[in-house]
Write a protein that binds this ligand. Structure first.
Ligand SMILES: Nc1ncnc2c1ncn2[C@@H]1O[C@H](COP(=O)(O)OP(=O)(O)O)[C@@H](O)[C@H]1O
Ligand SMILES: [Mg+2]
Length: 237
């Protein structure tokens, strides 16, 4: 079985692309899926992050930088696809770069993290437009906005409502709230699963991972909080 490919993109810097990619890839790796994160940002945040862990406590998913290859990363990803269940692509903050376009063309699912603030809402329009264009080449592509770093308040509520208004590229109702645990996980080279006292963060990461799996056709078992992947409701992973 070839890997399912999940691209996290948006031209907006600092909206939580790397955070979403890192936490989700860790979640799926901890569930026993063979998971690779391809760092396509030349800043190399995810690669550096994964390199912070100690020998005894390493980052759960494999992380590799293919940023220097730019859109030629496609060939490398295709070569690796047989060896993984999931490949995440962490994109650079540039929609006009050839990287998100190339990534969207081979993806099963695309996630656009959006902080519910007006500038993020405006910027998300361009990202959505790219996803719509990519769908003409890759008709099965599923695209969702993911609320990132949300907090309570009028602005967050108003922006959430605007984002909810798009039926073609819906806003997921699960996302990562603003929490210290996320920054801590970065400091230790881990995901929130490895941070003491981070149960609220773990819960929302797991909920988001469940949503991603369900949208990819997996059956997610409710009771344990862990999912068993089952494509077409037949295979049990
Ligand atoms: N849910 C969150 N809670 C707290 N801090 C966060 C959260 N998501 C991201 N951050 C922090 O916000 C900054 C930008 O996030 P990052 O994922 O690197 O954005 P991007 O990859 O889109 O540029 C980083 O310093 C990151 O640690
Ligand atoms: Mg990033």
């Amino acid at each position: 079985m070839s890997a399912r490919i999940i691209t996290v993109f948006n031209q907006k810097g600092g909206c939580g692309k790397t955070m979403t990619c890192m936490q989700l890839s860790a979640s799926l790796a901890l569930r026993g899926f063979r998971t690779l994160l391809v760092d396509m940002d030349k800043q190399g945040t995810s690669t550096i992050w994964a390199g912070q862990g100690g020998k005894d406590r390493s980052f759960p998913a494999e992380v590799v930088s293919l940023a220097p290859l730019r859109e030629r990363m496609l060939g490398e990803i295709e070569k690796r696809a047989e060896n993984y269940d999931f490949i995440f692509i962490d994109c650079p903050p540039a929609i006009e770069s050839s990287i998100p376009w190339a990534a969207l063309n081979i993806s099963d699912i695309a996630l656009i993290p959006v902080i519910p603030l007006m500038d993020n809402v405006w910027a998300s329009r361009e990202a959505k437009e790219l996803a719509r264009r990519a769908k003409t080449e890759n008709p099965d592509l599923l695209t969702y906005c993911v609320p990132s770093m949300s907090r309570r308040g009028n602005v967050f509520k108003a922006c959430t409502e605007i984002l909810q208004d798009d039926l073609e590229i819906p806003l997921l109702d699960t996302g990562l709230q603003q929490r210290n645990a996320y920054g801590e996980s970065q400091m230790f080279g881990l995901s929130v699963h490895g941070v003491a006292g981070a149960s609220a963060a773990v819960k929302e990461v797991e909920a988001l991972a469940d949503v991603v799996l369900k949208n990819l056709g997996f059956v997610v078992e409710k009771k344990s909080g862990r999912s068993k992947g089952a494509k077409n409701k037949e295979e049990v992973v």
